[in-house]
Design a binder for this molecule. Structure first.
Ligand SMILES: [Zn+2]
Ligand SMILES: [Zn+2]
Length: 562
């Protein structure tokens, strides 16, 4: 990005366009609110923002006026002019404009005597560019919303008003994007979570502590069975959460790692025991600022699916392959289709990283080789490693096209050293194991919020809290409906028999609102033939023997088909 204090601009034309639109926004704001002070205004994914200190709250109702001023300035064809000022000139300019935030940035971020600025008409910004030629080049943009943001992300600093907008090369792209936002809104997990009664957030319980309602808890149970069950296939030692007999948690943990180390250390380990894998879905607590809490997405208490692998350096590559395999399998079953890998390595700033040069090279090579040998392409994130070791992050896009890390494999040189971990090698000497942190599905809560949005509530059958609704055409066939329900229940299908004295249309509509995978309709003909008339979510209807339906849905559930 082109602001001082941000990372360098990539020179990508779309990024340049968006950053230029941020300048246009600030130019419009300073015309309409001469007392406003401006902070920073970078391009971000799908758009841009600019932070302002208005001295009073601004609301979304103020956005149309700002946007129309932006259009006026765009039509006026004002050039973006690059100037280099001396430090003193720059300080004088921004002092005259009462732009304290810019003065602070000059003091902190500008080295040497030359200060790069951009002028658009009367508006002046501290900026390295690049920019578009003229405001005329900015045609397809829209202001979206306002949010609070602390100056330089610091809670002790003033809270500014962040105005978000989006900008594109063409009106068509802008329209498509706005349509996408509308659809994402419909998928919003907070809305669906409420409509489908999956979870609730209640102030009496506390912010960031969502309650799993029965249907949400059913999905969670299925996910735990799936994730935990699969981990078993990897011969992992599932480690139960530490609880007292009365159910009290031993400790509020921010992560599982230290406990797994303690398990490793209970005995002197031999090379024969390695790799040793310890996995659990454990409850963890972490303080998150109340402003950042969102439904099930950002919470203070969460269940983390987490494993730690203790292995020899030689075993590292295979362990990483196993972790990638697991992540791929999970994403296939859960429907995580849009993702990429980032291999995060160290850079050359030596004092930033813990561990020896050779150790890092070997571990980084193992991670890269694991990905390549599995035919997976990846992005290289030089300098993005954790200070304690390199890692592979499995980055996923949610329905709002926000990116988050769903799975991660991290090599750790620090903890084995700090806890003085050892194993007895084949030659009888004591050696230090490599430790790998593996988060295969992240926090249960965030995975859940992702899945709600991914499927827009229409979960695959195996995951859906109600797999079948049985509805009779008339009350007189309710007895057969109950019989069908009992048969399905015996096959461990989650079924609900709708025995209300309602019209069939109504029962079908209600089941569809809950996005139930199958509706089994029964009437006189079905009673006689022992059949059911099955309708799926696509509205396709098929008449089949009850036993055939039981077989079909049982197979679909057992295979966790999408
Ligand atoms: Zn700029
Ligand atoms: Zn860990």
């Amino acid at each position: 990005m082109a602001e001082y204090g941000d990372h360098e601009s990539s020179g990508d034309p779309l990024e340049t366009l968006r950053h230029s639109t941020a300048h246009l926004l600030a130019a419009a704001v300073t015309e309409l609110y001469p007392e406003a002070r401006y902070g920073i205004g970078p391009a971000v994914q799908d758009g841009f923002y600019y932070d302002f200190d208005f001295g009073k709250p601004l609301s979304e109702a103020d956005l149309p006026a700002i946007e129309s001023r932006m259009r006026k300035l765009a039509q006026a064809d004002i050039p973006f002019i690059h100037e280099t000022l001396s430090r003193k000139e720059a300080i004088d300019e921004f002092t005259r404009r009462h732009q304290d935030y810019k003065l602070e940035l000059i003091a902190d971020k500008v080295e040497g005597d030359e200060v790069s600025v951009y002028r658009t008409g009367d508006f002046l910004d501290l900026c390295r560019g690049p920019h578009v030629r003229s405001t005329r080049d900015l045609k397809a943009f829209k202001l979206l919303r306002v949010a609070g943001a602390y100056w330089r992300g610091d809670e002790k600093k003033p809270q500014l008003t962040r105005i978000y907008g989006t900008a594109w090369q063409s009106q068509k792209e802008l329209d498509d994007y706005l349509k996408f936002l509308e659809e994402a809104e419909l998928r919003d997990h907070k809305k669906l979570g409420k409509d489908l009664k999956l979870f609730a957030v209640d102030d009496r319980v506390g912010p960031g502590l969502p309650l799993w309602l029965p249907d949400g808890a059913t999905i969670r149970r299925e996910l735990e069975r799936f994730i935990g069950g699969h981990a078993q296939l990897y011969k992992e030692y599932m480690y139960p959460p530490m609880t007292f007999e009365d159910g009290e948690e031993l400790e509020l943990r921010p992560v599982n790692c230290p406990h797994h180390i303690v398990v490793y250390q209970t005995e002197l380990r031999s090379y024969r025991e390695l790799p040793m894998r310890i996995a659990e879905i454990g409850n963890n607590w972490r303080y998150e600022r109340s402003g950042t809490l969102a439904g099930m997405n950002r919470v203070r208490s969460f269940a983390l699916n987490d494993a730690h692998i203790f292995c020899t350096p030689d075993q590292l590559m295979d362990e990483v392959r196993g972790a990638i395999d697991l992540a791929l399998y999970f994403s296939k079953v859960l429907g995580i289709d849009e993702f990429y890998y980032e291999l995060a390595t160290r850079d050359d700033v030596k004092e930033k990283w813990l561990g020896g040069e050779e150790q890092w090279q070997e571990a980084q090579a193992s991670l890269a080789e694991a990905l390549e040998s599995m035919g997976q392409t990846y992005r290289l994130g030089v300098g993005n490693a954790a200070f304690y070791g390199p890692k592979i992050d499995f980055q996923v896009y949610d329905a709002h096209r926000r990116e988050f890390t769903n799975s991660t494999v991290q090599v750790d040189f620090q903890l084995p050293q700090r806890f003085d971990l050892e194993y007895v090698a084949e030659d009888g000497t004591r050696k230090r194991p490599v430790m790998v942190h593996r988060g295969a599905a992240g926090a249960m809560e965030r995975l859940f919020s992702y899945l709600i949005e991914r499927w827009a509530g229409a979960f695959p059958t195996w995951l859906h809290p109600t797999q079948v609704v049985v509805a009779a055409v008339k009350d007189e066939f309710n007895a057969y409906a109950r019989q069908v329900g009992d048969r399905l229940r015996a096959a461990k299908v989650r079924v609900q028999v709708d025995q209300r004295s309602e019209r069939l249309d109504r029962k079908v509509r209600d089941a569809k609102l809950k996005k139930v995978p199958y509706i089994a309709v029964v009437g006189g003909r079905e009673v006689e033939s022992g059949h059911v008339n099955v309708q799926n979510r696509a509205g396709e209807k098929v008449d089949m023997p009850l036993e055939g339906f039981v077989d079909m849905i049982s197979a679909e559930i057992a295979e966790r088909r999408r």
